[in-house]
Ligand binder design. Structure first.
Ligand code: FAD
Length: 307
């Protein structure tokens, strides 16, 4: 840890409403269960504590990575220099206004889906079983079964790293398949609204149940993974290409292509990020050799290699 980070640790301890840990293993904060340590790992207790932290960090040279539930992250084995800030659990709250839901960025999609069903609002069923937060789902434009966040979003509130708050309508934001401008920018998503349509609560609950049940049958949901590893190439499915190149069961160290779903890499217990990255490269090569298609990764890879 650099001298600047050690000093920052002492200074952050003085700010109210923050839990601050040093050399925090990212294995604890990613659904992959993989990742070296973050120099500093900060959990703000609420929106006010987050705002103080953002304002404080704006006056430093320290890099900060804001994460949700860590379900789409592969953190490299050398860990993350600077600060990782966990939004999940910090920015909480869901409110109904007409047929819209206002959601704070740290809410889980599961809680939002449940609330929508309770309120008799349909349109978010595609998100059932996606284990991330509202903020992470917007950044990744998460989706399934033909639905995606960009199709239901109304507006997004964000704060930039200088502490400036702004709000953009969906039309002003540039979303694409599993892609958004937030993946390349410096904004922290704090709140968003989705437009839904009225329906019977029982019908919405039934659709949620069916979506989760299908997911449990088809995906290795109880194993350590970060969801689908590759984006689907235009007009095809990454899983099909991987299956037809005998990808299932391929492994490097503790990382293995799931036998249940070929587009999932699972950590069988002791996988390193280097194992996962090497396995990704090997299957990309295999698929390219057979189909002439280079699969593009869907997960966020961050941090640095072991020095
Ligand atoms: C079993 C399983 C099944 C999955 N199924 C699906 C699926 O069907 N469809 C799908 O699209 N994905 C799926 N995923 C992947 C993942 O759950 C989604 O991408 C999810 O939306 C990520 O949310 P998160 O809160 O975990 O984000 P994280 O993984 O914590 O972060 C993802 C990215 O968003 C950034 N970020 C997070 N929150 C904020 C914020 N508030 N402000 C700014 N940046 C932020 C992070 O820096 C990072 O770049 C699955 C994952 C697993 C483990």
């Amino acid at each position: 840890m650099s001298v600047a980070t050690v000093d920052l640790y002492q200074e952050l301890l003085q700010l109210p409403g923050l839990t601050v840990r040093r050399d925090e293993p990212m294995t604890r904060h990613t659904s992959f269960g993989i990742g070296g340590p973050a120099d500093l790992f900060v959990i703000p207790e609420d929106a006010a504590a987050l705002a103080r932290l953002v304002a404080y960090l704006a006056g430093t040279e320290i890099e900060a990575l804001y994460i949700g539930n860590g379900t789409n992250l592969l953190v490299k084995d050398g860990g993350i220099r600077g600060v990782v800030v966990r939004i999940a659990g910090a920015l909480m709250g869901i409110e109904r206004e007409g047929n819209s839901l206002m959601m704070s960025a740290g809410e889980s999609l599961a809680a939002v889906c449940h609330y929508a069903a309770q309120q008799g609002l349909a349109g978010l069923e595609f998100a059932a079983g996606i284990p991330g937060t509202v903020g992470g789902a917007i950044v990744m434009n998460a989706g399934a079964n033909g639905g995606e966040m960009a199709k239901v979003l109304d507006w997004v509130e964000m704060i930039d790293k200088t502490g400036q708050i702004s709000c953009c309508s969906r039309e002003e934001l540039h979303f694409d398949y599993r892609q958004s401008q937030f993946q390349y920018g410096d904004s922290i998503i704090t709140k968003a609204a989705v437009s839904l349509r009225p329906s019977a609560p029982s019908a919405v609950y039934q659709s949620l149940y069916e979506a989760v049940e299908t997911r449990c049958r088809r995906q290795p949901v109880s194993e350590w993974s970060a969801g689908c590893i590759f984006k689907h190439p235009p007009g095809d499915y990454a899983g099909r290409l991987l299956e037809e190149t005998d990808g299932k069961g391929m492994r490097v160290g503790g990382a293995m292509i799931s036998r249940k779903h070929a587009n999932f890499i699972v950590n069988t217990g002791n996988a390193t990020a280097a194992d996962v990255i090497e396995l990704i490269r090997q299957v990309q090569d295999k698929v390219e050799a057979k189909f002439g298609v280079r699969l593009d990764t869907e997960i966020c890879i961050c941090g640095e290699d072991v020095q």
